[in-house]
Design a protein around this ligand. Structure first.
Ligand SMILES: [Zn+2]
Length: 394
């Protein structure tokens, strides 16, 4: 197995305080990283790097763990440019817009869905995302939901069954019937292809009792819960997520003090998705409040065609720093180690011996520039499980 050293790193973000100074990012300056196969085998000062077969000169750039995008919806067809255009002209967002994508997704072939998925994954990888979670939720029939999960599972281990995205249009007058379908035949068909189960717990989607029934049924089939919670209004989603030991409560925009307190005393990560607030001109989630209370925070894109059509984690980092009260260090941690926590993984989201060699090299000496230079393509090179992805700029 050949080994490679990446040396001449101005700032190495390890997310391991034992490797750098005592801060959560565990930064090492004038650093090197050694990769062997798909793993990291050594980190430390450049001057002490061991001999290796290959060498990459980081030329004074910063190296970070690859971004862990723990919340996306990438299996769909069509786009909603017109809806976005209308909303930016004053029409409020409602969960019903999902039906547009459901119709387009059902009408698409497997090849069309997979081509769109691959295009978005490539886009995300170029911007530094080396691990992503993605969900079903635009099929809403047993056949279409299981198809979405099968396609997603070809590209990631982090696959989430979201049959309970909205009540399928065919069941508009019978939501209880749809919950019975999701917890019965649909779950049976979908569980073999997924690791997680998710519910959109929101007015106009699923209430607390329905969400509990769906997540509990999923858990009985071996799926672990995560919840779309408290995005558009106050509600029971966060408390339910904590009650069921969900890995993550996602959005967390409208929180009571009791919600924040429940998260702070749980293993449930609060995953913030500022692309959604950006794209719907909604009030930002208050990351500062959560962090000050001791809640673990993750940052993700929520990439989807309706409410957040961005695959860019750096963009979300910039928004979180500018508008959600996070420091640059906190935002970078949340987009890497925080995402890993939201997926209950410790083999990603850090640069330390034993972790996967998922890395990105910036055209900048510090990770702070991800927020300082918003919108600039700073990611020069990405390694995914040790495989170097070349950036082919002209
Ligand atoms: Zn979502």
């Amino acid at each position: 197995m050949s080994s490679t050293v990446i040396s001449n790193i101005a700032t190495l973000v390890t997310n391991d305080p034992s490797l750098g100074d005592a801060s959560p990012l565990g930064p090492v300056h004038d650093a090197a990283v050694v990769i062997e196969g798909d793993r990291i085998v050594w980190t430390g000062a450049s001057s002490k790097a061991p001999a290796t077969d290959n060498r990459v000169d980081a030329e004074g750039g910063a190296v970070l763990p690859g971004f862990v995008d723990s919340h996306s919806h990438l299996v769909f067809a069509g786009d909603r440019t017109e809806e976005f255009n209308a909303r930016m002209s004053g029409r409020p967002y409602s969960a019903g817009g999902i039906r547009t994508t459901v119709a387009a997704t059902r009408a698409a072939t497997d090849a069309q869905l997979e081509a769109n998925l691959t295009r978005l994954l490539t886009e995300a990888l170029r911007q530094g995302t080396t691990t992503f979670e993605t969900k079903s939720g635009y099929g809403l029939t047993t056949e279409d939901e299981s198809r979405a999960l099968r396609l997603a599972a070809r590209h990631t281990d982090e696959v989430t069954f979201l049959g309970a995205h909205i009540v399928a249009p065919e069941y508009a007058d019978d939501p209880a019937g749809y919950v019975a379908l999701v917890t019965g035949e649909m779950l049976d068909a979908c569980a073999p292809h997924a690791r997680w189960i998710d519910v959109f717990c929101e007015k106009g989607a699923f209430d607390g009792d329905q969400a509990r029934a769906i997540l509990t049924a999923g858990r009985a089939k071996g799926l672990h819960p995560r919840v779309h919670a408290n995005q558009l209004s106050y509600g029971p989603g966060v408390q339910l997520a904590v009650e069921l030991d969900a890995a993550s409560a996602d959005h967390c925009t409208h929180l009571t003090d009791a919600d924040v307190d429940a998260l702070a005393h749980s293993r449930t990560v609060a995953t913030l998705l500022p692309g959604a607030e950006f794209s719907t001109r909604a009030a930002w989630p208050d990351a500062r409040r959560l962090l000050d209370a001791g809640v673990t925070v993750a940052l993700s894109t929520d990439c989807n065609p309706g409410s957040s059509f961005t695959s860019s984690v750096p963009f979300c980092i910039a928004l979180a720093v500018r508008d959600m009260g996070m420091t640059p260090d906190e935002a970078v941690w949340s987009a890497t180690a925080g995402g890993a926590r939201a997926l209950r993984r410790d083999d990603i989201g850090r640069v330390a011996p034993g972790a996967y060699a998922d890395l990105l090299l910036l055209d900048a000496p510090s990770h702070v520039q991800l927020a300082y230079r918003p919108g600039v393509p700073l990611v020069r090179t990405v390694w995914q499980k040790g495989r170097k992805i070349e950036q082919r700029w002209v």
